[in-house]
Design a protein around this ligand. Structure first.
Ligand SMILES: [Zn+2]
Ligand SMILES: [Zn+2]
Length: 177
């Protein structure tokens, strides 16, 4: 078993997040069985017969060959085109109920850490506060209901945790079925 997977600046641990897993499957792009296969979203109009390996994600060949993207560009309006393309074309996406999207901090895309519940989110108070603020801004005015929702994250709805690649601040958004 080899652990020398490509380095993904915006998704540093795709094994823990579940986006890449060990597999004997052959990559639909390079036709090699690398031992690892991508399991999350890939948006393309082309027929892709099978999974993709982490290397074809990292070097952009899968996105180029199938004219596809791993993540929607929603939320990435404030970053350079270079960063946008690194996230959408050369970074593994992740599993979510709604279309997954990326968070931005310090004018750079943040690094996706994983799906978490309330206990883990509460360990990062700045992320909890920011999520509470975002939900209020988004129209959630009943404070008691909002706290109820937050404290039950991990049961049905969950939080997607990111870390700013520049300052290290944790950020989150809520994902619900
Ligand atoms: Zn490949
Ligand atoms: Zn930051």
């Amino acid at each position: 078993m080899s652990l020398d997977l490509p380095v993904f600046r915006y998704h540093p641990d795709p094994l823990t997040s579940g986006s890449i897993r060990e597999s004997a499957e052959t990559c639909a792009c390079c036709n090699r069985a690398t031992g690892w296969i991508y399991t999350a979203t890939f948006y393309t109009a082309h027929e892709v017969s099978g999974g993709l390996c982490p290397w074809c994600i990292a070097d952009g060949s899968a996105a180029e060959r199938f004219a596809g993207e791993f993540t929607d560009s929603y939320g990435l309006a404030d970053v350079s085109e270079e960063i946008l393309h690194e996230v959408t074309r050369r970074t593994p996406g992740f599993h979510a109920w709604q279309d997954p999207h990326w968070l931005v901090h310090c004018h750079d895309a943040a690094a996706f850490i994983g799906e978490i519940g309330y206990t883990e989110l509460a360990a990062h108070p700045e992320a909890l506060d920011q999520l509470r603020q975002d939900l209020r801004t988004g129209g959630w005015h009943d404070a008691a209901q909002l706290e109820q929702f937050l404290s039950h994250l991990g049961e049905g709805a969950s939080a997607m945790l990111f870390r700013c690649t520049v300052c290290g601040t944790r950020l989150a958004y809520a994902d619900a079925s």
